[in-house]
Design a protein around this ligand. Structure first.
Ligand SMILES: C[S@@+](CC[C@H](N)C(=O)[O-])C[C@H]1O[C@@H](n2cnc3c(N)ncnc32)[C@H](O)[C@@H]1O
Length: 334
């Protein structure tokens, strides 16, 4: 994804043979309701009979209230159901059990101390004495070490499978996680920091949803609180006219390339990953809405946030026109 892998499409990416942060979906895994699709909106529409156009702001607002317009079923009663039982409505792809298991099992640069050290230090300083909320916390790659550093952390996560892996590292009382969509799910209490790392805002495939995500971050922040995003810069400089794909990894274990829909502002990352020693390759695709830093700044402004800082990495490297990714900090005015 432009999204899930900082620096995607850039030459340095070749240093990483494989990136398990991307879902490697195979038909068998991708059929939670018996068909081959991993799009949460489509799956849930099929399962619960969502009326109207799925993925619209209207649908998101409905989901945010916990009341689901069901065909042939009673709407969900938000007073009786725990939030984890509300079906989320989002264009995001659902991460499967197999993807969750692979996520931590495969050692990557993103899980190394060299990356996590500066990441956690950066976030801990911004959290100060307050609480931190991680959107799309996944298996707790960042949330768990941040909690261990003494920062109270709460997570929102769409995939119960990713959360199950996190639970092997931290229990509910140590690191609470609400299952839901980061664009609409609201958790109790105020936060000094909301953060969304590893390109994950691009998992929301529409501009409306990305704007809602900013608004949801702002909703959770107190005055002076910060929203931090880590996101790759769209690798469109590597896409000359007439070419349809940009390779981002050509290595022994993994072949990866992106294809682009320049009108919809969506890219698809294609992966062929060698599994084990039998010579077979596992194929997986993931869709992402890419966005330039300037578009995110406008989303932040819509949400009532102001850009405070933009750097190229967690160690504070200055952001330049050649930076493959950025770490951006927006602040809620006092
Ligand atoms: C690239 S992983 C990042 C996980 C973790 N933040 C990290 O840095 O390792 C993307 C995660 O985003 C989650 N996700 C995708 N769309 C989401 C959404 N709309 N709301 C909440 N979580 C979402 C996925 O289930 C997955 O766990």
């Amino acid at each position: 994804m432009i999204s899930r892998r900082p620096g995607r499409g850039q030459p340095p990416r070749r240093e990483r043979p494989h990136d398990p942060c991307l879902p490697h979906v195979q038909p068998a895994e991708a059929a939670p309701f018996g068909r081959h699709h991993t799009n949460a909106k489509a799956v849930l529409t099929e399962a619960y009979g969502l009326r109207g156009r799925p993925g619209t702001v209207q649908a998101l607002e409905i989901a945010g209230r916990g009341a689901w317009p069901a065909r042939g079923r009673k709407p969900f009663d938000s007073t009786r159901r725990r939030p984890a039982e509300w079906p989320p409505v989002t264009t995001s792809e659902l991460w499967t059990r197999a993807e969750a298991d692979r996520y931590d099992a495969e050692e990557t640069e993103m899980s190394s101390a060299a990356v996590l050290g500066p990441t956690v230090a950066f976030l801990a300083e911004l959290a100060g004495d307050g609480r931190a909320l991680e959107f799309a916390i996944g298996t707790g790659r960042v949330g768990v070490p941040l909690r261990e550093r003494g920062v109270p952390v709460v997570g929102i996560e769409l995939s119960e499978h990713m959360t199950a892996v996190l639970r092997g590292k931290a229990d509910e009382s140590t690191l609470p996680v609400v299952i839901g969509d980061m664009a609409t799910t609201v958790v109790a209490g105020g936060f000094s920091l909301v953060y969304l790392v590893y390109n994950t805002i691009s998992n929301l495939l529409t501009q409306d949803e990305q704007v809602e995500c900013f608004r949801n971050a702002a909703r959770h922040l107190g005055p002076g609180g910060r929203f931090v995003i880590e996101l790759g810069v769209p690798p469109l400089r590597f896409l000359p006219p007439g070419q349809v794909a940009v390779p981002f990894d050509v290595s022994e274990r993994h072949l990866g390339f992106d294809t682009f829909d320049l009108v919809e502002q969506v890219l698809v990352s294609h992966h062929f990953t060698r599994d084990g020693a039998d010579g077979h390759y596992r194929r997986g695709d993931s869709r992402h809405r890419y966005a330039w830093p300037a578009e995110l700044d406008l989303m932040a402004r819509i949400a009532g946030l102001e850009l405070e800082r933009r750097v190229a990495d967690w160690d504070g490297t200055p952001f330049t026109q050649d930076s493959p990714k950025h770490v951006s900090v927006w602040r809620k005015p006092l």
